[in-house]
Design a protein around this ligand. Structure first.
Ligand code: NAI
Ligand code: MG
Length: 368
């Protein structure tokens, strides 16, 4: 095993700590069996940090995240903190972490497990074997562009403004992530924008075309307008391998793709920064679900999205593809035969709790 890597866990609020506890069991198992060797530390974040320190992210916790080789994050937020001012809400911690860590490429796999093919919003024959990777640019575009704000016009009415901005560099760096991923998958990238009506989209298309010709001619590149992409995702999702798009379209299309797979409790994500000259690359991993206050503290949460986020971390931050594949296989096996948490319940299968799902997964890992 090479040099010891630092891993920071940030469980957060609501079901975050419950699902993180199960991910920790998987980590412990990897360490105990000599498959991994991490120095693991933990920090409060979100509402938990507000309660303890008055802010959703302390300077110390931020410094810790910046120094870590990867961050495994749970989820933040909940009704208890909904009345806190916007800039010190639990969610502000997440935005600050992403921005400070410089993680710009949000990877959202949408994969349909065989055992859950009936849970999809589409017919089984349309989604069986579905395996898409959506790469969303996360720290640019219309959510961050200037000018922005709400202004009052001379006649007393108001005008809300947001600005879509993308630079060549921002498009190239997320484009590279998509092409590199495609090379390890089916070698196809579909670049999505609205080049027909937006200059930022036109530039996106031009930059992706040039990047492809210069550095990735071996990968198949296609372009699609975002509205058509939404239709195609609902009509024939299996046509896609890697989709790369900006922040706004990626937000919407990745949620659409998520629903094709059936369960929020099974969907992980990874967010990566640039590869630094030292070879280091910031990595932030979290399930796509939130803190689920409606089921928090009841042992009802599905821990598999958190555990699959851990698998993505092993693959993308630590080059441990074999460990990642082992966890993913164990998840497949559990879904095929073990009991189910209520979110993916099915007739004839026992309903099990968060920790029982952890038990089932560990038993599978032991058996593999
Ligand atoms: P949510 O994802 O927390 O919950 C939506 C629905 O899915 C709920 O019915 C919940 O019980 C269910 N669900 C979510 N994860 C589940 C799991 N692992 N197992 C079983 N069922 C699960 O989204 P919602 O309700 O919109 O937001 C709740 C809170 O979470 C809010 O404070 C919101 O701001 C925050 N949030 C935080 C995110 C983050 O930390 N990245 C992302 C999304 C929401
Ligand atoms: Mg969203």
């Amino acid at each position: 095993m090479s040099e010891r890597k630092n891993l920071l866990l940030m469980p957060g609020d609501g079901i975050g700590p419950e699902v993180m506890a199960q991910a920790k069991r998987v980590l412990d198992w990897l360490q105990k069996t000599g498959r991994a060797d991490f120095a693991i530390t933990e920090e409060l974040v979100g509402g938990a940090s507000i309660d303890a320190h008055g802010v959703p992210l302390t300077e110390a916790a931020l410094a810790h995240a910046l120094a870590a080789d990867a961050v495994l994050f749970g989820s933040v937020g909940g009704p208890k903190w909904d009345t806190v001012p916007f800039d010190i809400r639990p969610e502000a911690a997440l935005l600050k972490l992403r921005k400070e860590m410089g993680v710009f490429a949000n990877l959202r796999p949408a994969k349909v497990f065989d055992a859950l093919v009936d849970a999809s919003s589409l017919k089984p024959e349309l989604v069986r074997g579905l395996d898409i990777m959506i790469v969303r640019e996360l720290i640019g575009g219309i959510y961050f562009g200037e000018p922005r704000g709400i202004e009052t016009l001379p006649d007393g009415s108001k005008r809300g403004v947001n600005t879509e901005v993308y630079t060549t560099g921002e498009i190239e760096r997320v484009g590279r992530v998509a092409f590199e991923l495609a090379r390890k998958r089916q070698n196809r990238v579909c670049s999505v924008e609205k080049a027909n009506v937006m200059e930022s989209g036109l530039l996106w298309r031009q930059v992706m075309t040039a990047l492809h010709a210069a550095e990735y001619p071996d990968v198949q590149l296609s372009h699609m307008y975002a509205d058509n992409c939404a239709m195609q995702l609902a009509k024939n999702p299996r046509q896609f391998d890697v989709i790369v798009t900006g922040n706004l379209f990626g937000d919407i299309l990745s949620d659409l793709a998520a629903m094709l797979t059936g369960s929020l409790g099974l969907l992980p994500s990874a967010t990566l920064g640039a590869v630094e000259p030292s070879g280091r690359r910031a990595g932030f991993y979290e399930p796509i679900h939130g803190s689920a206050p409606d089921i928090a503290g009841k042992g009802l949460a599905n821990p598999l999205a958190q555990i699959l986020s851990l698998a993505l971390m092993l693959r993308y931050s630590f080059g441990q593809g074999a460990n990642a594949a082992l966890i993913e296989q164990a998840v497949e096996n559990v879904l095929a035969k073990a009991g189910r948490t209520p979110d993916i319940a099915m007739p004839g299968r026992a309903k099990i709790s968060t920790s029982e799902m952890g038990d089932a997964l560990l038993a599978e890992l032991e058996a593999l």
